[in-house]
Design a protein around this ligand. Structure first.
Ligand SMILES: O=C(O)C(=O)C[C@]1(C(=O)O)C=C[C@@H](O)C=C1
Length: 153
């Protein structure tokens, strides 16, 4: 008598749990626990159906948890690319901070001269610039940038 869930549900649960360390049901690479106590940490009875986690299995689980990859090769690619993304994000954040400072100079000059903080026609140009380069999400990005840059004088 089969007791497990339908195959489609296994696939769905696999997808839902595969990238979350310590996610409910995740017992190791490719293994899900649907009922009963889950084995984690504490030593347990050896079993023919469920062999104990070996050092190799533990390494594979750690790789999956860190990167979502199923092989060490893929994990190496992901780890290296993530380092590049972190470096790029640092530069992007630095550029955003620089943009905020330059925007503040403009706003300060305009306000000091008797003008208003905002200039809507210029904001339309900025939005169009980002939309042309990046499509619709570019508009959202530009709106976020303008929100960060406005009102900091
Ligand atoms: O270009 C300007 O006039 C600015 O004040 C800079 C800036 C911007 O950050 O791009 C900020 C506020 C304005 O409403 C328009 C644009």
């Amino acid at each position: 008598m089969a007791t497990g869930p339908p195959a489609a549900m296994v696939v769905l649960l696999e997808q839902l749990t595969s990238d979350f360390p310590g996610a409910p049901g995740r017992q190791g690479p490719g293994r899900l626990c649907f009922s009963g106590p889950c084995r984690s940490g504490a030593p347990s009875e050896p079993s023919d159906e469920e062999p104990d986690m070996t050092a190799t299995a533990a390494t594979e689980q750690s790789t999956t948890e860190r990167t979502g990859a199923r092989t060490e090769d893929a994990a190496g690619v992901i780890t290296g690319a993530r380092e590049r993304i972190d470096a790029l994000d640092d530069r992007i954040i630095g550029l955003v901070q620089e943009r905020m400072a330059v925007s503040a100079v403009i706003q300060e000059a305009r306000i000091s001269s008797g003008g208003s903080r905002m200039n809507l026609s210029r904001e339309m140009e900025v939005l169009a610039h980002y939309r042309e380069a990046l499509g619709k999400p570019g508009t959202s990005l530009a709106m976020t940038l303008l929100e960060l840059c406005r009102g900091r004088v």
